[in-house]
Design a protein around this ligand. Structure first.
Ligand code: AMZ
Length: 238
């Protein structure tokens, strides 16, 4: 059986480590006031990589740049940074600050030329985020849905680029611990040659196994870790 990379998520809102329910900013649970300390807990459990999301930047109501920079500086884990990354200069800055990879969501969907430019300039360091809601990409902090986009066309464009991979999030499962959307994963897997990181709804070790069997390269864990439904060291030893 192939391995699956297990990546804990640190979503930051107002400097705190939170989980949202289905991405809804009005349904937020705070798990820690100290995202850097959270990262060190994950590091001690043996994680290799952490997925850090700046939720304020994703919905354009501020940013947690200083918090994330000090988080990166304080850990030897590899970090992928997401949220509000909409320019090549921002990518330069995150990579200079020590991030291993950056994620583009809104820009990847709405600005194909910018994504292509960034992917070529930073080959193997840009991940494209596909945050699916009712079969369409959710963008701008998931406050909007891009109705005009055809998913097959979008993925075909992404596939032609030297991206580090694609992150598929089932937004209706995110933060719910109701199980992964294996149907969407299979559909997207069949369309793309890129490595896929899956996120949304994971609640058990069996869910992680199912995602691995569906040929995801990595799985991102959020609430299931914070609620103790999955122990990170167990997941890492799968
Ligand atoms: O939970 C949310 N409302 C949310 C979220 N988790 N909104 C955006 N994001 C994440 C995406 C992706 O990793 O999953 O932010 C990133 C995309 O940000 P942007 O700014 O590039 O669209």
């Amino acid at each position: 059986m192939r391995a699956v990379l297990v990546i804990p998520a640190i979503d930051i809102l107002g400097g705190r480590c939170v989980r949202l329910y289905q991405g809804d900013f009005d349904q937020s649970t705070t798990y820690s006031d100290d995202p850097a300390a959270m990262t060190l807990d994950f590091e001690r459990s043996g994680a290799n990589r952490v997925h850090v999301v700046d939720l304020d930047a994703a919905r354009s109501t501020g940013d947690n740049r200083a918090v994330i920079e000090s988080l990166i500086a304080g850990t030897s884990l590899t970090i992928q940074v997401a949220g509000g990354i909409r320019s090549s200069e921002q990518i330069d800055a995150w990579l200079a600050a020590g991030a291993t990879a950056v994620v583009m969501g809104t820009a990847a969907v709405r600005e194909p030329e910018l994504l292509a430019e960034c992917a070529h300039k930073h080959a193997g360091q840009v991940l494209a985020a596909l945050d699916m809601r009712d079969g369409k990409p959710a963008v701008a902090g998931w406050l909007e849905t891009e109705e005009s986009v055809n998913i097959a066309d979008l993925i075909a464009r992404w596939d032609a680029l030297p991206l580090a991979g694609l992150i598929l999030t089932a937004t209706d499962r995110d933060g719910t611990m109701t199980g992964p959307d294996l149907e969407s994963l299979a559909r997207i897997r069949a369309m793309s040659r890129l490595p896929i990181q899956y996120s949304g709804g994971i609640s058990s070790m069996d869910d992680i196994r199912a995602v691995r069997e569906a040929d995801a390269t990595a799985v991102i864990l959020g609430r299931s870790l914070y609620e103790g439904a999955i122990h990170l060291d167990d997941a890492l030893s799968l």
